[in-house]
Design a protein around this ligand. Structure first.
Ligand code: B12
Ligand code: SF4
Length: 487
């Protein structure tokens, strides 16, 4: 087989990676009066490092990090700021492509929308499409266009078809991208194909941080964005709604704790004072999580005794299922969840779904309400701040189970509690299988936000608001307004 319509690639093609991960509500430095929570472009950085390690010349363009220094304090101003940002990004991308003439342009696509029911600001696919088209039109030498990223990997063929880019990589890029380049060079892969290859060397791969042309860690640190490190990949669980195993793989893939810690040290040197351990579930392999935290203490990353600065805020998704006293002692020792004063409390965030065993079982979760209570007891023994994240609308949810969850929250009294009402149906999940033929037919249908019905009722704005009011009423009196977040 010979590929048609794709230019010949040189032996060592020059690659430009574009962070195309817009997320409208985060695209202004101040979003409606609140600082916008940007995210470090970790997926693009790991991809660039993997390509560099294979001898490719790689540079990046980090579009979300470019914005005009204007804030939007009202909805009416927001659109203007977003448009101005977008124009500036398009201009930069155009100039860069004309100047550099890359042989391959890779687009890192993280979010295709805001995921939650209230994400009314629309899809980010249109922005991706604009960037792909711009490069097609402006590049002199018809570069090969490759898509990848976590959002892309959820519905790869549909997104590839939508943008008409040349190839897509679903899942990790480290082994797949070099292999795809080779296949293109040999004429062995048809344009329009999605390619995947598992990456077996994640445990031992060194990703030097902040060494990629076009990613500026200083700037992120200065803006107060957390540094991010991945200590593990993959998830063996089968929670019915979850897209993560489809993105990262279904096997535990643990990184050497020492290498992850080396990365943290490099990020501290760039000035980061908060850290996201961005694993799908940081403590799922409890011993591994503890090894990472012990390393943090030994290297003085929390105290600053290592010679550099210190990490004062820690963030990760944590399951209540894999908790023990030693883990919590380690949290305490590094200041994760520590109370520094009346209005300065860190929190340990428990990533939960429901306080009802019926919903937990219905959604195929492997922990139960008793695990939540046990984990909370351990955190309370050490007087650590607690945040709890719930997802309302799992299988078996009805008014009685929502009340059960509220009762649990009142009993625990966390510092902050957040509720996302509405369970999104993602392709290649058990939930998607359950509603196939009823709520969706082709993968592309699920790119438009589709939610599981709650107690037999389709989720609409009225139902969404009704559940929020019920929760608000149940928790009023026990919590201040700013302790309850609805997503
Ligand atoms: C951690 C996380 C967060 C943290 C981020 C913390 C931080 N400092 O980074 C928090 C909680 C803040 C967060 C926020 C949001 N998140 Co989030 N998040 C994740 C999570 C779990 C991991 C992302 C990550 O960094 N992975 C590690 C890196 C190394 O992997 P990667 O990016 O996938 O990159 C690899 C491959 O994708 C590929 N690749 C990457 N780039 C490229 C480029 C090319 C050319 C190629 C070929 C390959 C390639 O190779 C890389 C290395 O192997 C993912 C789910 C998941 N398991 O992937 C969701 C996920 C990305 N988030 C999602 C969403 C929606 C959001 C929010 C919009 C939610 C919201 N409404 O607030 C915001 C957006 C924030 C923003 N500014 O963009 C969705 C996106 C899907 C969608 N619906 O669009 C995901 C997929 C979760 C889901 N629902 O399924 N998130
Ligand atoms: S929700 Fe968490 S534990 Fe369940 S499959 Fe997804 S990543 Fe794994």
């Amino acid at each position: 087989m010979k590929t048609m319509g794709i230019r010949n690639l040189p032996q060592r093609p020059r690659i430009l990676l574009v962070n195309a991960s817009t997320s409208t509500q985060y695209d202004s430095p101040v979003f409606l009066g609140k600082p916008a929570p940007m995210v470090y472009p970790l997926g693009m950085e790991y991809t660039a490092e993997a390509l560099k390690a294979r001898g490719f010349a790689v540079s990046c363009i980090d579009l979300p990090s470019m914005f005009i220094n204007k804030s939007a304090s009202h909805q009416s101003e927001l659109m203007g700021v977003l448009l101005e940002n977008e124009r500036a990004r398009m201009q930069t991308l155009m100039e860069r492509v004309r100047r550099d003439n890359p042989d391959i342009v890779g687009f890192s696509f993280r979010n295709f929308d805001g995921s939650a029911f209230n994400s009314q600001l629309g899809t980010y696919l249109k922005a991706l499409d604009r960037y792909v088209n711009l490069v097609r039109q402006e590049a002199q030498n018809s570069p090969v266009l490759v898509l990848g990223g976590s959002g892309f990997s959820i519905a790869p063929q549909s997104i590839l078809d939508y943008t008409q880019a040349d190839y897509g990589i679903a899942g990790p890029s480290e082994a797949a991208f070099p292999a795809l380049i080779e296949l293109i060079q040999q004429g062995e892969i048809e344009p329009g194909s999605v390619f995947s290859r598992t990456f077996d060397d994640f445990a031992s791969t060194v990703y030097p941080r902040g060494q990629v042309d076009g990613i500026n860690p200083w700037q992120y640190a200065q803006r107060g964005v957390p540094g991010s490190v991945q200590t593990r990949r993959g998830c063996r669980k089968r929670c019915d709604y979850c897209s993560y195993p489809g993105i990262e793989g279904r096997e535990d893939n643990l990184r050497s704790a020492d290498l992850a810690l080396d990365e943290m040290g490099q990020l501290i040197d760039f000035g980061f004072s908060s850290m996201w351990l961005i694993d799908s579930v940081f403590n799922q392999s409890l011993d591994h999580a503890k090894a990472v935290l012990r390393g943090v203490i030994e290297r003085g990353y929390a105290s600053g005794s290592g010679g550099g600065g210190a990490i004062r805020n820690w963030h990760a998704f944590l399951t209540p299922e894999a908790f023990d006293r030693e883990l919590v002692e380690l949290f305490d020792e590094i200041g994760w969840g520590i109370r520094r004063g009346a209005s300065d409390t860190e929190t340990v965030m428990l990533d939960l779904d429901s306080g009802s065993d019926r919903v937990l079982a219905g959604s195929n979760k492997s922990y139960r309400r008793s695990h939540i209570l046990d984990a909370v007891d351990l955190l309370k023994e050490r007087d650590l701040g607690i945040a709890m994240d719930f997802l309302i609308g799992g299988q078996g949810e009805d008014l009685s189970t929502v009340l059960e969850t509220c009762e649990l929250v009142r009993q625990i009294k966390p510092e902050v509690v957040s509720f996302q009402v509405g369970v999104r149906i993602y392709p290649r999940t058990l939930l998607a299988q359950r509603y196939h033929g009823r709520l969706w037919h082709t993968e592309a249908d699920l790119l438009s936000p589709t939610f599981a019905p709650i107690d037999g009722e389709p989720l609409d704005v009225a139902l969404w608001q009704r559940y929020q009011s019920i929760i608000g009423e149940q928790l009023a009196g026990t919590f201040a307004d700013d302790q309850i977040v609805f997503i």
